[in-house]
Design a binder for this molecule. Structure first.
Ligand code: PSU
Ligand code: MN
Length: 286
């Protein structure tokens, strides 16, 4: 397989409406191929980890019926019970690493939730990036999370957080505000060389690569904050916690923004898939 790029499947099953999700599956496949990479969407189907989907399989996942949200810790149980799961960033990191796939494109990672001092809600994504040698290309994380705490936790875990052509931690729907990154790489050969050096020193630890949403697709930060505040209030009213929280918030944002967050989400994922493919190609040359 030349220049493989892993893709997660939770976004298809739980992050978007079915038809948009299906179209996105096809778009990401083409985007990775156009940049010279091999797309490897990952899920668990009937108890088997799958690397690459047929169109039927993609449709089943997008429909999201009889599909679990599969974190890293769910994989063994899904396999033993022959169930199907759409893998989150954490589940995808584990399965990608098992096949030696070094580059993975997602939209945004999970992180430390707001109010975590009460709820202890921190995404397993952070731990999984620490434990698997995969470069996770993401547009940062949404401010539904507590971003300063998320960055602190990544530091504690020893996960490098690198900007690609940005000095600011991107905040998913916009290119970021005041969270400074310590490391920035401005071209693909430099980024690939840094990854190679990192894996010589820390062969088992992943890296978070931050690729901001293209400026043309950014949503205004103040507007996003307003939608977020409302979405968080709704989640509290409905007492949504645990695994259901992230999909609930995404759906609330979609409604509040009349679909604008979905359009931005699609644009940034495609951008990440392209960049990840360029990185996978560059990694072969270092
Ligand atoms: N961020 C998004 N869209 C998503 C997710 C994150 O903008 O669909 C998904 C990813 O699969 C991520 C997961 O790994 O949500 C994190 O869920 P939790 O917060 O329950 O760990
Ligand atoms: Mn959680």
């Amino acid at each position: 397989m030349t220049a493989p790029v892993a893709l997660e499947s939770t976004i298809y099953a739980f992050g978007l409406p079915e038809d948009e999700a299906f179209a996105l599956g096809l778009t990401l496949t083409h985007a990775v191929q156009e940049e010279g990479g091999t797309p490897v969407p990952i899920a668990v189907m009937g108890g088997e980890p799958v690397y690459g989907f047929s169109q039927d399989m993609l449709r089943t996942i997008c429909r999201g019926q009889n599909i679990e949200k599969a974190n890293a810790r769910d994989l063994g149980a899904l396999m033993a019970t022959q169930k199907s799961g759409a893998t989150t960033v954490s589940g995808t990191c584990v399965l990608a690493a098992r096949k030696g796939i070094q580059v993975f494109a997602t939209g945004g990672i999970g992180g430390v939730h707001r109010g975590s001092e009460e709820t202890f809600d921190e995404s397993m994504d952070l731990m999984a990036i620490k434990e698997n040698p995969v470069a996770v290309v993401s547009a940062g994380a949404k401010s539904i999370l507590d971003l300063p705490k998320t960055l602190e936790r990544l530091e504690t875990l020893g996960v490098p957080v690198w900007g690609y052509q940005t000095e600011t931690f991107p905040e998913f729907y916009h290119r970021g505000r005041d969270l400074q990154l310590e490391w920035t790489f401005n071209d693909m050969p430099s980024l690939a060389a840094a990854l190679k050096a990192h894996w010589e020193i820390s062969p088992n630890t992943g890296v978070l690569i931050c690729n901001p949403i293209p400026a043309a697709h950014e949503l205004p930060p103040a507007q996003v904050d307003q939608w977020l505040a409302q979405a968080l209030r709704r989640a509290k009213e409905h007492q949504i916690t645990g695994k259901r929280l992230t999909p609930f918030l995404l759906n609330a944002l979609k409604e509040l923004s009349k679909g604008q967050t979905v359009t931005a989400n699609l644009a940034l994922i495609e951008n990440n898939a392209r960049m990840a493919a360029q990185l996978a190609v560059a990694l072969k040359r270092v």
